[in-house]
Design a protein around this ligand. Structure first.
Ligand code: FAD
Length: 502
């Protein structure tokens, strides 16, 4: 089935909105019209966080040993605005090839992701985005219209040396500032670096960088943040670096190398199917939530189309960026509201091009300073034998790829000449249920508000990759948060369900 989301373009069909996706759920609900059930938990949002929470709630018992009244799994309603699961991670199969419209790469070093990959026995379904044996084995750095060619070994040396200068604030390449990357207990130095932007840091070290190192470092940081150098928290960049084993090679392995042959939707659907198989899952897609009212014994969730659902607990698994679209009653505390109105800075533009140039399979490159699409590489070979190039832009020189395909194609050509057969993309900035791509913070947001973002509000529990502790803003972080939210709800519900039975 097709989702409403996403765009594809070919010369023959022109620009089409909506692309095929195995994560599209039809029919959109399994609720009985007349049902007035009070659910144990309502989960709002069917991204990886909400899917993990719904799966854990529906398949695991409540947390009291030797309880004669316990049953396996809690009655859960999953409510989602879109017509599909996956949220910011979803893929489209077109002519036998998976294009990743959002979150893509995963790595065995990411503990939550890997636990789930093993659970669904998908360990042999990974492929590598990089293949440097297929032709144009080159890194092409386009700087003010001039293209320089390097080997990938030279690329690695340049990037490693530039990034090490950027992060070496402590003589230990960031290890002293962030000794434990999976905690909210920030060191005093970390707090200080969260007050700084990457632009601030670059102005301290710019004399020590060669012009090419500077271009490489800037492009890499902007690839990570999707913002501008001024809006990118230096601490959050150091955090990514720390998570990636404090090395450039680690960044490549963790951030951009391994993906599912069958796409992210082939992973997300396993969570959904397992929850469904429990018999405890109800769901309603195409149902944007408008209000969450927690002023009575049960929490009432109202959707835009006027339906109301009740539950003992609610897990809100919607992104920070769109939290203020929902009316909370009683109102959210001011720290949470402030964090939501600050939001994140990532306006990543991700464009896939299927191109006839076979040798580009081994290409990597950047274009600086203002090409709109500034970072790209060969990402696969389609069954037709064409090369798949993935290209990234962001807040710097931001554009909407669907507005003018000619312009989008020119920005791709600005990286490396290519003969385009097909384009595939999703406009995350114009997506009303995301309003941007993955979370990336501006200076000050995390040191002032990480605790606020993570806090519950009465019977409403908040989960999102956007405020995970470890792989914050990654799929792994969404699963971390879904696990935490489900556990919180189950712990809450255990005593009341067992009253009089113990
Ligand atoms: P989401 O996936 O955003 O899920 C939230 C859900 O809530 C959505 O389905 C949304 O429709 C729904 N919702 C919102 N508002 C409402 C409402 N009012 N009512 C009902 N439902 C609502 N991560 C990686 O690990 N590796 C990568 O390579 C990677 N690349 C990325 C590239 C792009 C372009 C993007 C956009 C993201 C990328 N990420 C990557 C990040 C990753 O996709 C996200 O961090 C993760 O998927 C977020 O999961 P989540 O469940 O927290 O939020």
């Amino acid at each position: 089935a097709s989702s409403r989301d996403g765009y594809s373009w070919t010369e023959k069909q022109g620009l089409k909105s909506g692309v095929p996706c195995i994560g599209t759920i039809q029919p959109p609900t399994n609720l009985d019209r007349a049902s007035t059930e009070v659910f144990d938990v309502i989960v709002v949002g069917a991204g990886y966080c909400g899917l993990t929470a719904a799966r854990d709630l529906t398949t695991s018992g409540i947390l009291v040993a030797d309880n004669p009244g316990s049953r396996l799994g809690l009655r859960t309603l999953l409510i989602e605005a879109r017509d599909r699961i996956g949220g910011r991670s979803w893929s489209s199969d077109i002519d036998g090839y998976s294009f990743e419209l959002g979150g893509t790469w995963i790595f065995w070093g990411q503990a939550n992701v890997w636990r789930e990959i093993l659970r669904y026995q998908m360990q042999d379904e990974l492929v590598s985005s990089y293949d440097f044996s297929k032709g144009l084995n080159k890194y092409i750095l386009v700087n003010t219209e001039r293209a320089q060619h390097f080997t990938h070994e030279e690329e690695d040396e340049m990037m490693e040396s530039g990034l090490r200068k950027l992060v070496n604030v402590d003589g230990e390449y960031g290890k002293r500032v962030i000794p434990f990357p999976h905690t909210a207990a920030f060191t005093a130095e970390a707090l200080r670096y969260d007050k700084m932007s990457v632009a601030d840091r670059l102005s301290e070290i710019k004399d020590s960088l060669t012009p090419n190192e500077l271009s490489g470092v800037e492009a890499f940081v902007l690839l990570c943040s999707g913002g501008t150098l001024e809006t990118t928290s230096f601490f959050e960049f150091l955090h990514w670096w720390a998570l990636s084993d404090y090395s450039y090679q680690g960044c490549i392995d963790y951030l951009v190398k391994y993906k599912f042959r069958g796409g992210q939707s082939s992973f997300a659907i396993r969570f959904f199917r397992e929850a469904l198989a429990s018999g405890n899952l109800s769901y309603a897609f195409n149902s944007p939530v408008a209000e969450i009212d927690d002023t009575k014994d049960f929490v009432t969730v109202s959707t835009r189309d006027g339906k109301q659902y009740r539950a003992k607990r609610v897990i809100s698994a919607i992104p920070l960026q769109v939290m203020n679209n929902v009316v909370f009653n009683p109102p959210l505390p001011s720290g949470k509201r402030t964090a939501a109105s600050i939001g994140h800075v990532n306006q990543c533009v991700k464009v896939h091009a299927e191109v006839r140039n076979k040798d580009l399979r081994s290409y990597t490159g950047i274009a600086r300073p203002e090409n709109g699409l500034f970072y790209a590489f060969g990402d696969g070979t389609t069954p037709a034998g064409n090369t798949h190039i993935v290209a990234f832009g962001g807040q710097n020189g931001h554009f909407d790829p669907e507005d003018n395909i000619g312009t989008t194609a020119r920005k791709l050509q600005g990286l490396v000449p290519m003969d385009i057969e097909r384009l595939v993309f999703h406009n995350w900035s114009k997506d009303e249920f995301a309003k941007g791509a993955w979370f990336f913070s501006q200076p000050g947001l995390l040191s002032n508000h990480l605790g606020d973002m993570r806090a519950r509000h009465g019977k409403v529990i908040f989960g999102s990759s956007d405020w995970a502790l470890g792989w914050r803003s990654f799929i792994d972080g969404a699963i971390e948060e879904g696990t935490r939210a489900a556990l919180t709800a189950r712990t809450d519900l255990a005593p009341s369900q067992l009253k009089g039975k113990l």
